[in-house]
Design a protein around this ligand. Structure first.
Ligand SMILES: [Zn+2]
Length: 121
């Protein structure tokens, strides 16, 4: 299961970044490209499994979806695609397979306890 290995990678990366006296983590925010092949619902479930018995056991996973961005050579501009099937420039209609975003997954930030700057829902 692809999502489980992704979830384990998220958990181990975050846990390694925490120090002994780090505040409790309330939320882990990640950004997932729509072309990454990761299904958000499956990742949420896998994360709950992967986070068990770790400092992240009580931390929620917040997933942000990153749309596909292609670079249009004729326009010399990056275009955000609405879907994942039609790889053409929204301005001039030229096809492009120069994908600049939407393929990767990254950890954006952590919401920590006792951190007044961050408002948690
Ligand atoms: Zn164009």
């Amino acid at each position: 299961m692809h999502e489980l290995s992704v979830a384990h990678a998220i958990v181990s990366t975050v846990v390694e970044a925490l120090s002994e006296d780090s505040p409790r983590v309330l939320e882990v925010r990640v950004r997932i490209g729509v072309l990454s092949g990761v299904v958000p619902e499956a990742l949420t479930y896998a994360y709950d499994v992967a986070a068990q018995a770790t400092p992240l056991a009580d931390a929620a996973l917040h997933i942000e979806r990153a749309p596909v961005v292609i670079h249009c050579a004729p326009c010399d501009a990056d275009r955000i695609l609405l879907g994942t099937t039609d790889f053409t420039c929204s301005a001039c209609g030229a096809p492009s397979n120069d994908v600049r975003d939407g393929k990767d997954m990254e950890i954006l930030s952590l919401v920590l306890e006792d951190e007044p700057a961050v408002v948690s829902p």
